[in-house]
Each structure stands twice: as C-alpha cells, then as structure tokens.
Design a protein around this ligand. Structure first.
Ligand SMILES: [Zn+2]
Length: 299
C-alpha cells in the first residue's frame, strides 16, 4: 500500500509538475552497459561505456541537478545523446539543462512539433507553454532511428497515435532491454493522451511490436512503475485487448458513453489498476473516444 501511495504521489507530481520534494532515486543495473533510474518522472535508461553516456528521457526540470548527480554515480563520461520517448514534461524536463552541457537530443518529429507551441490538455485542464529552443530535439525521425553506441545498437521505433502522436519504444538487442516510454504504465491504468493524438489502438500496436522483440529474459522498462518482464507485458496486452473488446461490444449495441461508464466494462481491473491515477470512468472514456474517433478528452 505504501508503494502504491508513493507511486500515486510521484505520478501526480510528474504529470502536473506543480510540486517538488526531495527526490529519491533508485538505480538498477540491467546489463554491462545499461541501467534504469527511477526518480521523479518517467523511468530513465542510461547507457554507459567506452563511447560515453546516452540516456532515454530526463524527467522533470526541477530535478535535473540531482538526476545528473545520480547518473554520475554510473559514469563520469559526458552525456552525448538523449532520446525522448515522447513530449510530456516528466520525460523531457531535463532536456535544456543537459543539452547545454553538449548533449544532442533525438526524438520523433511530433515531439519537436508539440514542444514548439503551447499545448492545451482537456484532460489536465491546463496548458503547457512552448519549450525554449535549447530544450528541443536536434535530430528528429519519422519512422525509426538507430543509435550505435557503447558496442550495441539502440533502435527507436515510432508507434503512431498511442500514448501521444510522437511515441517511440527503444530496443537494445545486445543488452536485451526494451524501454516502452508511456506505452506501459506498469501496475495502473494507462493514460491515453487523446488531446495529443493518443489512441488506445496505438497501445495495442506498440505492445504487439514490443512482444515481437522480446524473449523470456528481456528486461522491459515501463514509462512508470517497476521494471517488467515479457510475461507481465503479455498480461498487460491481454488486459488492453479485452478492455477494448468490452467497450467495442457496448458501442456496437448502441450505448452512449455515459451508459457504457455505468455498465463498468473494466470492472475486472478497476481494483488493481484504477486506484492509483487514471480512474475507471476516465479510462473507459479514453477507450470510448479512441474507438469512436473523438480526438480529445471529453466525457
Ligand atoms: Zn507521458
């Protein structure tokens, strides 16, 4: 319960960026060259070796100094590259400070596009201002990009319209690690950011892709929550597929969104996944709007 509460508060902080408290980092070694860092914001991957350091995502802006100190406990080498999994502030918040020290930022085209203008979220009921030039990705890609670094390749695969419209999952075949970005909220309902081009269909595509890249010993980094396994990712895929089917059937039977919410099509998971952040009625709304093509969060 304590872990759940802490996760909830971290998520709220991460997603609203309104509060800052002393950050506790937790670093886990995944392979000779890869580590995962949990802190305040999205989970980070750190590749460290003879070529230097590159990181996937960089959490919230106010914790960057502490985050850099944590990365220094893994390697003193300069951070040469950052890959952003998507544009949310709990994943790109350190971009400006880290790039000032010489890092090159890599992300999908739509990450840069969204970061260059003010973004309104119906779900959050708030807007995020445009980022300064120094925080923007320097290299963007449309489909996939591979970084050859520290003796292995890291391939970022873009998944269209999933958590947002600019998501990438990153695969390290040698280390046998996959970073899912916010395609996977491990232990809680996922956030489908309809206001930023998200759609539950993209989650299905992304999870299918990740499963095709993984084997029994793959370590899978979720955007939020604890490190996962292939078996856990498969269970997550089954949950999404079943929830989609349930809502699809109710739409086909002619029910309105309010009727579908009242029928509780996600009841099976509400106790385990619906208590931490995204509530059952919100998740059902995200499913419904995705499936009928409403491109914003609206109940
Ligand atoms: Zn996100």
């Amino acid at each position: 319960m304590k872990t759940t509460n802490r996760l909830a508060s971290l998520l709220v902080l991460a997603l609203t960026s309104q509060l800052v408290f002393a950050v506790e980092f937790e670093t886990t070694k995944l392979s000779d060259s890869l580590h995962m860092i949990k802190g305040q914001g999205g989970n980070i991957a750190v590749s460290a070796g003879s070529d230097g350091v590159f990181i996937i995502d960089d959490q919230l802006a106010p914790v960057t100094t502490d985050l850099l100190a944590e990365i220094r406990t893994i390697s003193q080498q300069p951070i040469r590259f950052i890959i952003n999994t998507h544009y949310h502030s709990d994943h790109v918040g350190g971009n400006e400070a880290v790039s000032k020290k010489g890092s090159v930022i890599v992300a999908h085209d739509n990450v840069r596009k969204r970061m260059t203008s003010e973004q309104w979220s119906n779900f959050m009921q708030k807007s995020v201002p445009a980022y300064p030039a120094g925080a923007l990705p320097n290299i963007t890609f449309n489909d996939q990009a591979t970084l050859h670094f520290n003796g292995e390749s890291a391939t970022a695969y873009h998944i269209a319209n999933a958590h947002t419209d600019g998501d990438a999952i990153i695969h390290f075949p040698v280390s046998n690690v996959i970073h899912m970005g916010d395609i996977w909220f491990n232990g809680l309902y996922p956030y489908v950011d309809l206001d930023a081009g998200g759609n539950i269909r993209g989650f299905q595509t992304a999870v299918t892709k990740a499963i095709s890249l993984a084997n029994q010993s793959t370590k899978i980094i979720p955007g939020h929550g604890p490190l996962g396994t292939l078996a856990e990712l498969k269970a997550y895929a089954e949950f999404i597929n079943e929830a989609v089917k349930n809502v699809e059937a109710l739409i086909a039977a002619g029910n309105s969104l309010q009727q579908i919410i009242a029928l509780k099509p996600t009841a099976k998971w509400d106790e385990t996944l619906g208590k931490v952040w995204i509530k059952p009625d919100q998740f059902v709304t995200m499913l419904y709007n995705s499936l009928v093509g409403i491109n914003e969060y609206k109940q």
